[in-house]
Design a protein around this ligand. Structure first.
Ligand code: ADP
Length: 307
C-alpha cells in the first residue's frame, strides 16, 4: 500500500461509521468456504477489433463465499458507466456482456457458460409479461419447469403475500393495473419463487419514489433473511447500498475495477430509522466523497492514492 495519500477520506482498514474499509491491495481474507461467485482477472472489451472497441472493466478480482444459512448481500456502487451492470450480467451469463474478454467468471466453482437456474435476475424496468396476471407472472418460471398448475398456484399465492401484495385484490390484476412498487414486488416474487442460490438485482428500485423505495428495501431485507441467497445488488444510491449491503464494492470509472470494499453492519432497523443514525451518515459521507474523487480526479488507486 502506498503511504502518500492525497484523499481526505479515512484510510483503508479503518472503521467508518457502520462500516470498515478493506484495502483492496491486500489478498482477500478467505474463510475457506466454497465460493459462490469468483472473478479472476476479468476484463470485458466490447466490439473487439472494431472502430467502437471499448474496455468497460479490467482486472476485476473478488470472491464471495457461501455463508451457510445466511448468504451475503453484496452491493456494487460506482459512477455511471463504470461497469456495474457488466459485472452483474457476466455472473448471469447474459450476452453480449458474457463471455468475458479476459479472465474467468466462476459460479459455484464452475465457469459460467450460460444463464442457469442457480441465478435469478431482477431489473429496474418492469419486465412482467403484459398479457399475464400477477399470479401468472409470478408462477411463470415454475410453469417453464413443468410444475403442476395447482402446485404452482398454491406457491404463487404464498409469494403474493410474502411480497406484501393482496391475494384477493391483486392476484388477477394485469401489470398495467399496478403501481411501480407493486410491479417490482411481482418481479421479486417471480425471481425468489424459484429459490435461486444467487440473486442479481440491477437498480431494481431506481424508478421508485423515495418512500416506496425504503419500503421495498425493508421488504428485501426480510425476504433475504428467509431465502439465504447470495445477492448482488447494483445501485446508484449510496444510502441504499449502506443499508442493504453486508459488503459494498466501490468501482472506479471505465475501464472499471473494484477500488474499495466496505464491510458493513447488517440492517437491523427499518431503512428510515437506520438512515437517520449519525454512524450510518458517516459511512454514506465517506463513500460520497470517495465517488466524487473518482469522478473529478480520475481513478483513485488502491490504498488511497490518486493518480
Ligand atoms: P454501469 O452499470 O456502471 O452504468 P455498464 O456496465 O452498463 O455500466 O457499462 C459500462 C460501459 O460499457 C459503458 O460505457 C457502456 O456504454 C459500455 N457498454 C455496456 N454495454 C455495452 C455494449 N453491449 N456494447 C458496447 N458498449 C457497452
Amino acid at each position: 500500500m502506498s503511504t502518500s495519500t492525497t484523499t481526505t477520506a479515512s484510510p483503508p482498514g479503518q472503521p467508518v461509521g457502520v462500516g470498515r474499509i478493506i484495502d483492496r491491495t491486500s489478498a482477500p481474507v478467505s474463510r475457506g468456504l466454497p465460493r459462490v461467485v469468483e472473478f479472476r482477472g476479468v476484463a470485458k472489451t466490447y466490439n473487439v477489433g472494431g472502430p467502437k472497441e471499448f474496455t468497460a472493466i479490467r482486472d476485476v478480482n473478488f470472491f464471495v463465499e457461501d455463508l451457510p444459512e445466511k448468504g451475503e448481500f453484496i452491493c456494487v456502487l460506482g459512477p455511471s458507466g463504470c461497469g456495474k451492470s457488466t459485472i452483474l450480467r457476466l455472473i448471469a451469463g447474459l450476452p453480449p456482456q458474457h463471455p468475458a474478454t479476459e479472465g474467468e467468471v466462476l459460479v459455484l466453482g464452475e465457469r459460467v457458460t450460460r444463464p442457469g437456474a442457480d441465478r435469478g435476475m431482477v431489473f429496474q424496468d418492469y419486465t412482467s409479461f403484459d398479457h399475464r396476471t400477477v399470479l401468472e407472472n409470478i408462477t411463470f418460471g415454475l410453469e417453464c419447469r413443468g410444475v403442476r398448475r395447482a402446485e404452482r398456484e398454491e406457491l404463487g399465492l404464498k409469494w403474493i403475500e410474502h411480497v406484501g401484495l393482496d391475494v384477493a385484490n391483486d392476484a388477477h390484476k394485469y401489470p398495467h393495473e399496478l403501481s411501480g412498487g407493486m410491479r417490482q414486488r411481482v418481479a421479486i416474487a417471480r425471481t425468489l419463487i424459484l429459490r435461486p442460490r444467487i440473486i442479481l438485482m440491477d437498480e431494481p428500485f431506481g424508478a421508485l419514489d423515495p418512500q416506496t423505495r425504503m419500503n421495498m428495501q425493508d421488504l428485501l431485507v426480510s425476504l433475504w433473511h428467509e431465502v439465504h441467497a447470495t445477492v448482488f445488488f447494483v445501485t446508484h444510491s449510496i444510502e441504499e447500498a449502506v443499508f442493504l449491503g453486508d459488503r459494498v464494492y466501490v468501482m472506479g470509472r471505465a475501464p472499471g475495477t473494484i477500488l474499495r470494499e466496505l464491510v458493513l453492519e447488517p440492517a437491523d432497523r427499518p431503512a428510515r430509522v437506520m438512515q437517520r443514525d449519525p454512524r450510518f451518515q458517516e459511512t454514506v459521507s465517506y463513500i460520497r466523497d470517495l465517488i466524487s474523487q473518482l469522478e473529478e480526479q480520475g481513478n483513485v488507486k488502491d490504498g488511497g492514492t490518486t493518480s
